[in-house]
Design a protein around this ligand. Structure first.
Ligand SMILES: Cc1cc2nc3c(=O)[nH]c(=O)nc-3n(C[C@H](O)[C@H](O)[C@H](O)COP(=O)(O)OP(=O)(O)OC[C@H]3O[C@@H](n4cnc5c(N)ncnc54)[C@H](O)[C@@H]3O)c2cc1C
Length: 485
């Protein structure tokens, strides 16, 4: 069986949905294929904090901002390692993307736009998010998408995985789509094929292959397999930005031995929100970072130097009683249950026992705590420069919670030019093949850092831009054919 269309979009997520909406608005015929049984992709779990400069909301709040200022902030935070031309394009689209969401009923959280500290802070309040995170963005996209579907301008194929790209005389001319897990295949021939298939944060093997063998701890969905990137590579594309992986600070696994981070119940490790009462130690029992340093980038880089991206938050019983909750999303019952069975949680009568239970080096831990307690007592400065020293770690039982540097988006992806055409090994565009969203690599727009909002906003903005451009081109091409005939 085969289908013909103007535009084939692979992946009905953050980038694929706006691309489909705008291409169909431009009058193009669109086939959108999605391997799962629902549209939305990562928007179902993403916080979807977006960054856009020059929004109407900023103007209404008297916040002066511009794409140039946003660009400079991205390049400062990424230390110049993000792709400058693509960042310029992304920040140029960011403000209008947020305004477009607002025009279409987006329910913005009332405290936006803000400066946040979960990722390295911007200098200007430009971060916006919905009252229901990514699901607020999806609500807007779904309404627009449903309109286009009901007008039969888009054909949506769920349970449909792109398994191979098809070549024709000009270049990539569509893809083979497998329906269901073992269903029949359909060849979709298309004037343009767009890889909007997301990253690979749900795939341990690809993560190790494309990120120097690192272990994966992840809040991404298991459907983030990287198969679309793989298709682009098989078509001759080039992998970029893999060297830019930086772990996000930090989470606890749902089930020990598995890579899945409990995203809904993250520990509160942002010192601007909750100054730390615990110390963070590696398996050698040594602290590896000043826990209250303002810069999350500094904490993430220190964590990246630990080969298994694993550390322990260590504290005592008095800190447990007196400190604001380290795990605000956990009920007392859930915490008690975790301490009795979850292998990331440890309680012990002595520091030696705690070391034995966790595998932390005992003498390293004892030295570290002795030195830390002296700093708390004011007998010497903290060796790492920590300022927030509320209580010593002295009262049994002692506790340690194992935490990991985690993935929210994956760094590596397909090289593209500013028209989002996939580039081959010689930097030439592969005709007919485009990519956007996480498929172009999270490191492309954030470089060797985590720049807030620089995944969801460009996925939406590039999606709209590419859908409109390819949609218009398809309609113009058809009109030209009609004239020729
Ligand atoms: C927990 C979490 C929090 C985050 N918070 C933020 C944030 O606050 N701000 C921010 O900017 N970024 C954030 N991110 C990252 C951001 O959400 C993602 O990078 C972005 O949503 C990815 O968009 P995408 O369109 O590229 O991929 P997705 O939205 O994942 O869509 C890809 C779609 O393609 C489908 N697909 C894949 N392969 C195939 C195939 N071969 N055939 C058919 N379909 C296929 C998938 O099933 C999926 O539906 C977060 C990510 C996570 C996991």
């Amino acid at each position: 069986m085969s289908i013909s269309t103007d535009l084939l979009i692979i992946g009905a997520g953050t980038a694929g949905l706006p691309a489909a909406i705008e291409a169909s608005n431009a009058g193009a015929r669109v086939v959108l294929v999605e391997q799962t049984d629902r549209i939305g992709g990562t928007l179902h779990v993403s916080a979807a904090q977006m960054s856009g400069a020059g929004t109407r909301l900023q103007a209404a709040r008297g916040i002066a901002d511009s794409p140039q200022a946003h660009y400079e902030d991205v390049m400062r935070i990424s230390r110049g390692t993000a792709h400058a031309d693509l960042v310029r394009k992304a920040v140029g689209l960011g403000g209008s993307t947020i305004d477009w969401l607002m025009d279409n009923g987006f329910e913005m959280a009332p405290e936006c736009p803000a400066i946040l500290h979960f990722h390295e802070a911007y200098r200007t309040p430009r971060t916006c998010w919905g009252v229901d995170g990514g699901r607020s963005v999806l609500k807007v996209l779904r309404a627009l998408f449903d309109d286009a579907l009901s007008d039969r301008r888009i054909e949506l194929m769920l349970h449909s995985e792109a398994v191979e790209l098809l070549w024709n005389a000009e270049g990539i001319g569509g893809a083979t789509i497998r329906r269901g897990t073992e269903g029949p295949s359909v060849d979709v021939s298309a004037g343009a094929t767009v890889l909007a298939s997301g990253g690979y944060g749900g795939n341990c093997q690809r993560f190790a292959d494309w990120n120097d063998g690192l272990p994966l701890y992840t809040a991404a969905l298991p459907t983030a397999t990287g198969s679309g990137i793989e298709l682009g590579l098989k078509a001759g594309g080039r992998l970029v930005s893999g060297q830019h992986h930086l772990p996000t600070f930090a989470g606890i696994v749902r089930t020990p031995g598995q890579p899945w981070i409990d995203w809904d119940s993250l520990p509160q490790l942002t010192p601007q929100v909750r100054p730390p009462w615990e110390i963070y130690v590696g398996r050698d029992g040594r602290r590896f970072v000043q826990e209250d340093v303002d810069s999350v980038d500094a904490r993430e880089r220190a964590l990246a130097a630990i080969p298994d991206l694993t550390f322990f938050a260590v504290f005592d019983d008095r800190i447990r009683r007196d400190a604001p909750p380290l795990l605000p999303g956990w009920s007392a019952d859930a915490l008690a249950a975790a301490c009795n069975g979850h292998a990331s949680f440890h309680v012990a009568k002595t520091l030696g026992e705690l070391a034995g239970a966790t595998g932390i080096d005992g003498s390293g831990l004892a030295d570290t705590i002795e030195t830390y307690n002296e700093a708390v007592a004011g007998r010497r400065p903290d060796p790492l420069g920590r300022q927030h020293l509320p209580l010593p770690i002295a009262e049994p039982p002692f506790r340690a919670i194992m935490m990991h540097g985690m993935v929210l988006k994956t760094a590596a992806g397909l090289a593209v030019d500013e028209a989002l055409r996939v580039l081959d090994l010689d930097d030439r565009p592969i005709p007919g093949l485009y990519a956007l969203g996480e498929a172009i690599g999270g490191g492309t727009l954030s470089g060797n850092a985590f720049v807030g909002g620089m995944s969801v906003t460009p996925a939406l903005g590039f999606g709209r831009w590419l859908g409109l451009s390819l949609g218009r081109a398809a309609v113009a091409g058809r009109a030209a054919d009609a004239v020729t005939v």
